[in-house]
Design a protein. Sequence first.
Length: 340
Amino acid sequence: MQIVVTGGLGFIGSHTVVELQNEGFEVIIIDNLSNSSRDVLDGIKSITGKSPIFEEFDLREKSKVQDFFKRYPNIKGVIHFAASKAVGESVQEPLLYYENNISSLVYLLQELKALPDANFIFSSSCTVYGQADELPISENAPVKPAESPYGNTKQIGEEILKDVCKIDAHFNAIALRYFNPIGAHSTAKIGELPIGVPQNLVPFITQTGAGLREKLSVFGDDYPTVDGTCIRDYIHVVDLAKAHVVALQRLIKSKHKSNFEVFNLGTGKGSSVLEVIQSFERVTDLKLNYQIVGRREGDVIAAYAETTKANQDLGWKAQLTLDDAMASAWKWEKQIRNIK
Ligand code: UD1
């Protein structure tokens, strides 16, 4: 059964391709290599024994999207990861984000609608909740005004899908709202490859451990939390990848309750920044050089998922722990930096 994975050479995309291939799906990756590398194909092949089909093009090129679906008429589903994801950059370059994240989504949906099996999985984010009024955050929590163009593209993406599903009963979509994906495959053959200075916590920690960064700045220790640092729900990327497979199977087997559904993907457990550092130190036996600095603008105090809906309806639950994730992230960092 042929499944398209856009952005399939990226961080979450590549791990999802592995899980899809492990479940017997035939995967076609579309990726423009803007934030990924062709080498990821070797990693996927060496884990699964199979090479996915790879189509290199940019989804903003409408004629290429049209041509792609003419060449592959038997596609049973699309998992759409391809998007820009740097919050700060999106503030500087809003039009780039609206063009890249929205126009490519529209072009894909235009072609997918014509197929007999219009099954679509969308990468959304817990950023749509902003600072939620209640914790843990359920799917029913209100969507707050977006803090950045990046966050807005996730909200608009969900709205577009909702509108398309409303008027077309044969169109089925699931939006997956990720909390904080971290970690790497246990083989260390694929993982996260941030370009330049990492903006996210875990790659910054592992790069500091590897000596690429002098020290981690912890953004604020005066929040109303257990230890004053912000709380997030860090989910292992392999657990996250498996959730995409079960969401896709739910659509293919027509087990969905409505043709547009939303699920939170998190562990349900919040961890503070200092707890993440402690986990890193525990699994690596290293001391991390860090310093408390001022708050980062735009950070919410605490966000972690209510997972009941995903547990019950998808039959999915995160299995791996924060320590598992930190150990795998470190194994990956050592592998790419040639550290013994
Ligand atoms: C960030 C984005 C969010 C996006 C998500 C994708 C912002 C404000 N939010 O979420 O929109 O969906 O990435 O993964 O950029 N931290 C440090 N020092 C660092 C880096 C981070 O203390 O060098 C802290 C942050 O203050 C935060 C936690 O670590 O409390 C996690 O930060 P990060 O990994 O950037 O994720 P989010 O801010 O949750």
